[in-house]
Design a protein around this ligand. Structure first.
Ligand code: SF4
Length: 188
């Protein structure tokens, strides 16, 4: 981490346990990819060398919910599939977080049908909504960083008076820059 270059090996540091725990937690958010459609491809791209989500400690995708603390819902979820997602969420390690990636996961997208869930937040608490169809890998990384910032500042997910988990409900802003028309000269 570079500390060993700045400090001698027999140096003693004092800090708060809360800060150390939060630092460890935010540096090792392990995703449980619940990728059902095209957004999943962008999720996979986030782990490739170009975007390198390992820089944030989140490259360890786990396909066992008990070893993961960040559920990334990428793609549309059918009504039939929702009980599976709920069970996976319940089996994940605490404290756990949820990212809703893309229009389909957050709203059903263009699939306004009786068979598709019109927003997974109706059934599981969503902490970060990522807009787009599909969102770019940078947006997913921004979503992970938003959770890191919460862990840094507050540590654990907030709970309401009834003891139930309160979703953070952070909505990212689209970062895409609109392309401007390019002037074309016809003839000489
Ligand atoms: S939001 Fe767009 S890219 Fe993502 S799953 Fe839906 S249709 Fe596919």
């Amino acid at each position: 981490m570079g500390l060993e270059a700045a400090l001698t090996t027999d140096t003693i540091l004092t800090t708060q346990l809360r800060r150390v725990v939060n630092w460890a937690r935010r540096s090792s958010i392990w995703p449980m990819p619940f990728a059902t459609a095209c957004c999943g491809i962008e999720l996979m791209a986030t782990a490739c060398s170009r975007y390198d989500v390992a820089r944030f400690g989140s490259e360890a995708m786990r396909f066992s919910p008990r070893q993961a603390d960040l559920c990334i819902v990428a793609g549309r979820v059918s009504v039939k599939m929702m009980p599976v997602l709920q069970r996976i969420y319940q089996q994940m390690a605490e404290p756990r977080w949820v990212i809703s990636m893309g229009a389909c996961a957050s709203t059903g997208g263009v699939f306004d049908t009786y068979a598709v869930v019109q927003g997974v937040d109706q059934f599981i608490p969503v902490d970060v909504y990522i807009p787009g169809c599909p969102p770019r890998p940078e947006m997913l990384i921004e979503g992970i960083m938003a959770i890191q910032r919460i862990i840094d500042n507050e540590g654990i997910p907030p709970k309401g008076p009834d003891g139930k988990r309160v979703p953070l409900g952070i909505a990212l802003q689209p970062s895409a820059v609109k392309a401007k028309p390019v002037g074309i000269t016809v003839g000489s």
